[in-house]
Design a protein. Structure first.
Length: 434
């Protein structure tokens, strides 16, 4: 009787997990050397760094999504719908919650799924730090549903504003001036420019957008020169940037700051900090930090279980000799997935797991259709730390997404997607206006 193949279960098909499943499927699943299973609570993948475009209405998420069923059938892995809720390390099973439809009706009951090797890649969300009113009154853009919800609210607010008196303003406050908050601010301006092009009134003139950041400067994780350039560009677009400003409470009408000021805004977005999903904090004795991220070794194995790995935003890896952990970025998640795919193959061959070494590919921020700024990393041909801006930076930023597509589809299919995007740009509306 043939032996049952080693079962690798990957939970989370985001920037890291979907790459890992695709690579392992091609290398191990195709030859029957392992059974690869991808579990995700959603039916399709969308690259999270593009969610601010979905939120602003400049990207149709339906066109950019990757169906897990289709990806799995083409790349020799299986997709298993479900939301992980718990883990039993002794029995080597994960627990999945019941699956419900949009109306809350149960589709599948709670289930258990066994594994030989488990990889947790469930990402992160913004951190409300327990500040009163944030959950109730702010939008988050950590998932496609949330980004679409914000976009619907934005369009409603635009309508109210245009049908109100001439002096009515469109007030938006965004908390957190990391890549998400900065890119969203510029993308909203971009969306309103496009809307004006379709004759939707002079709404851009009425926009009062405030970007609030506790730290002394915006884009704390990026080089100072990039942050300075981005801040100048935002101001040129009319965005009010408040740094060193701490939000202490939020209500339906406004954000309230520690220094006593209030920023009135019916539309409020919370894009500050990160934390891993709550169920990771107490996951059958695995070690986690305050932000609930699972502590991993350089092999990406969790510190207390050799059979459980974690990667991407939900993992906490402090490289030897460093003071800060690996950043929560798509670049890190993707490199970890590529490394782990090689590592798991080596493990099945009885070899030692390699250690993760991050290759800094640069840091970039895109400000809508206006500009982009960045500094090249070690992968850049112009040398480590070179400052870039304008068309070249915009092209480099887009190429990050194209690399992601290349990993998922291979060269020819990616080329077709790229050409299809070019054709679509020529005739499709550039912003959601209805
Ligand atoms: C608006 C925005 C802009 C960004 N811009 C950039 C950028 O320019 N550059 C950059 O490098 N990074 C950027 N980031 C950060 C980047 O998106 C993340 O670092 C990256 O997506 C992390 O990848 P991941 O695989 O760890 O998790 P994710 O990509 O978040 O994927 C997590 C997956 O897990 C699934 N999941 C979650 N919980 C469960 C569960 N319990 N059970 C089953 N499935 C579950 C989710 O459905 C999702 O598919 C941005 C983030 C945002 C929100």
């Amino acid at each position: 009787m043939a032996a049952t193949p080693h079962r690798i279960v990957i939970v989370g098909g985001g920037a890291g997990g979907v790459h890992l499943a695709t690579r392992l499927g091609r290398r191990l699943g195709r030859q029957g050397r392992a059974e690869i299973l991808l579990v995700d609570r959603d039916a399709s993948h969308i690259w999270k760094p593009r969610l601010h475009e979905v939120a602003a209405g400049t990207l149709d998420s339906g066109q950019e999504q990757v169906s897990f069923v289709v990806q799995a059938s083409r790349h020799h892995f299986r997709y298993w719908p479900g939301e992980m809720r718990g883990l039993d390390r002794t029995r080597k099973v994960i627990q999945l919650g019941a699956l419900a439809d949009r109306n809350g009706a149960e589709v599948l009951p709670a289930r258990a799924l066994s594994y030989d090797t488990l990889v947790i890649a469930v990402g992160s969300r913004a951190n409300d730090f327990g500040i009163p009113g944030v959950r109730e009154h702010c939008s988050f853009i950590d998932s496609r549903d949330q980004a679409e919800e914000f976009n619907a609210a934005l369009r409603n607010q635009v309508l109210r504003c245009l049908s109100g008196p001439d002096a009515a303003t469109l007030d938006i406050a965004i908390v957190g001036a990391g890549a998400t908050g900065v890119e969203l601010s510029a993308e909203i301006n971009t969306a309103l420019d496009f809307a004006a092009g379709y004759g939707v009134g002079d709404i851009r003139r009425r926009l009062r957008l405030t970007l609030i950041e506790t730290a002394p400067r915006i884009l704390g994780a990026l080089p100072e020169r990039v942050a300075d350039a981005a801040q100048k560009e935002l101001r040129k677009q009319g965005v009010t940037v408040l740094t060193g400003a701490q939000v202490v409470a939020v209500d339906a009408a406004a954000m309230h700051l520690k220094d006593g000021r209030s920023i009135p805004a019916p539309l409020k977005v919370w894009a500050a900090g990160i934390q891993a999903p709550a169920f990771l904090a107490e996951l059958d004795g695995l070690e986690s930090v305050r932000s609930r991220q699972l502590v991993v070794r350089p092999t990406l194995q969790t510190t207390r279980d050799d059979h459980v790995f974690a990667l991407g935003d939900c993992s906490f890896l402090l490289p030897e000799g460093e003071k800060v952990p690996m950043a929560a970025t798509a670049q890190v998640a993707q490199q970890q997935a590529e490394q782990l795919a090689r590592g798991l193959e080596a493990m099945l061959d009885g070899k030692k797991l390699p250690e993760f070494r991050y290759k800094h590919g640069g840091a970039l921020v895109a400000l809508g259709h206006y500009n982009a700024f960045g500094s090249l990393g070690r992968l850049g041909l112009l040398g480590d730390g070179t400052f870039i801006q304008g068309r070249f930076a915009q092209w480099t930023y887009v190429s990050l997404y194209r690399r992601h597509q290349l990993g998922l589809y291979g060269f020819w299919r990616s080329l077709m997607f790229w050409l299809a995007d070019l054709l679509r740009k020529g005739h499709a509306p550039r912003v959601k206006v209805d």
